[in-house]
Design a binder for this molecule. Structure first.
Ligand code: SF4
Length: 484
């Protein structure tokens, strides 16, 4: 994984991102492709609506019986030869992983599926203990070389252009690529990473699912790096959030079908592997030791809040691909491991409201995210609720509070509302005169700094509403006359 994420105000990051034309091109290209592929694959998924209902129900049932399934997982995984550890905090989780590495005298770790690893700051803990940590996913390899944080949960290097990747590989690979061609870049990364796979003392992975009935962990990848990371070294450490538990293999299977379709628009990922314990007697491959660290890091506390449904998330990334705000500002603006709509909820609820109070504002409440969420998390509703929490906690600015107070007073008095509407429409028309758009709004510079506002339509919303109501009542009256 790339550089450590330093929290900064969303606006600061967003301003920088909006000014970056290349970023916009990269975001449009990749999210556009993912959206098109998802829509196409779902057309041939006849039972999508039913599968979504079932997936949401499985996750809700699991959360209702969380302790039971986690304990069952621990028993079955232990019976299969794995060592199961419980970490209440992110720091504990990293410390356990480092201690296991040290007990095995590990000096080099290959890593895969590292979102949770980033959340618990594992790369920094390994580095501090003198253990080299090598990201093996192509996109994560790129951002590790660039010393940048991920910008998307499925495609962490979404913000990088091909030329930038080529320049990185030219400068840092032992046998750099011959050209800018994708196959040459991939070949160069493969050569570089093969050297590391062959000499790693420990493979550290995350997991997409934990299966309670078998004590297995499941990973999905498209490059085969998961298998090389988890199976080549003698030691395999898994760091995984406790919300990843599902009761049965059958449940994991349904969620996997939804995950790959929602994430990449494919029926299945290239590699889907279930690991149940370390190498057994008579087997010739696989790690000799398997340790699974079950990480809480705020999840149990989150389950006691109105945002509990967020624990259903299967990390598909569809919500961010469909989010107009993410599509404009990209993932780095969120200064968090989890960007986009799911991050706007997970970050303040896991990290604390004060440190991420502006993230729920990074939303137009259009609801596209919850429409595409495969486990039916009511994202937009939760974001609205979080805004209320921010306001109730007195974390909004004085200007914001005054503005909202005035607005609520005007909205509650029709005649005041009409005067405000009339006055503001007049001013906006004057500002837009001759151009059809407004380039800069007085007293709202931040809103119009990076976008133009269209001139107000000839008729106000209230005017249109009245006209339509009148038309409807006339039609109704005519129908009644005919009926008579
Ligand atoms: S919130 Fe839903 S759409 Fe977003 S990443 Fe999680 S599962 Fe996917």
């Amino acid at each position: 994984m790339g550089a450590h994420i330093i929290p900064k105000p969303f606006r600061q990051g967003a301003r920088k991102a909006v000014a970056d034309a290349n970023l916009k091109i990269a975001l449009d290209r990749t999210t556009g492709l993912l959206k098109t592929r998802r829509a196409a694959i779902l057309e041939s998924f006849a039972d999508y609506a039913a599968a979504r209902d079932q997936a949401a129900a499985i996750k809700a049932h699991t959360l209702d019986n969380w302790a039971f399934y986690l304990e069952q997982f621990e028993q079955r995984a232990t019976a299969a030869g794995s060592h199961v550890h419980w970490a209440e905090t992110a720091e504990q989780a990293s410390a356990i992983a480092v201690a296991i590495c040290q007990a095995h005298d590990a000096k080099r770790a290959t890593r895969v599926k590292s979102m949770l690893g980033e959340e618990i700051s594992l790369p920094r803990a390994l580095e501090a203990a003198g253990i080299e940590s090598v990201e093996t996913d192509l996109a994560e390899h790129i951002i590790q070389l660039a010393k940048e944080p991920p910008s998307h949960i499925i495609i962490p290097a979404m913000h990088k252009r091909q030329e930038e990747v080529a320049a990185l590989f030219q400068a840092q690979h032992q046998t750099p690529p011959d050209s800018l061609k994708v196959e040459d870049l991939v070949g160069s990364a493969r050569r570089e990473l093969r050297l590391k796979f062959g000499s790693a003392d420990v493979g550290i992975s995350g997991a997409n699912f934990l299966v309670a009935e078998t004590g297995s962990i499941a990973t999905v990848t498209n490059e085969g790096n998961g298998e090389l990371t988890c199976e080549l070294p003698d030691l395999h450490i898994v760091t995984v959030g406790i919300e990843k538990i599902v009761p049965r293999l059958e449940d994991a299977s349904l969620l996997l079908r939804l995950l790959s379709r929602s994430a990449l628009g494919t029926e299945f990922t290239q590699y889907t592997t279930f690991y149940t314990g370390p190498r057994r007697d008579g087997e010739t491959s696989g790690p000799k030791h398997m340790h699974i660290i079950l990480v809480d890091a705020g999840r149990s506390a989150l389950a006691q809040t109105p945002y509990r449904d967020m624990l259903r998330c299967i990390r598909c990334g569809a919500c961010m691909n469909h989010c107009p705000v993410y599509g404009e500002v990209g993932g780095h603006s969120y200064s968090a491991v989890y960007p986009g709509p799911m991050g706007a909820i997970l970050t303040p609820t896991l990290r604390g409201l004060e440190s991420a109070k502006d993230l729920p504002q990074a939303c137009t409440l259009n609801g596209r995210c919850q429409d595409v969420c495969p486990v039916k998390i009511p994202l937009a509703d939760m974001i609205r609720e979080l805004r209320q929490d921010v306001t109730d906690a007195g974390m909004t600015s004085l200007g914001w509070r005054l503005g909202l107070g005035l607005w609520s007073k005007a909205a509650a008095r029709p005649w005041v509302y009409r005067c405000v509407e009339f006055g503001s429409t007049l001013v906006l028309r004057l500002l837009a005169a001759g151009r059809g758009h407004i380039a800069g709004l007085p007293f709202a510079g931040a809103w119009s700094r990076s976008r133009d506002l269209l001139a107000p339509p000839a008729q106000t919303f209230l005017g249109q509403y009245k006209q339509q109501t009148k038309r409807r009542s006339k039609k109704q009256a005519r129908r009644s006359e005919i009926d008579v």
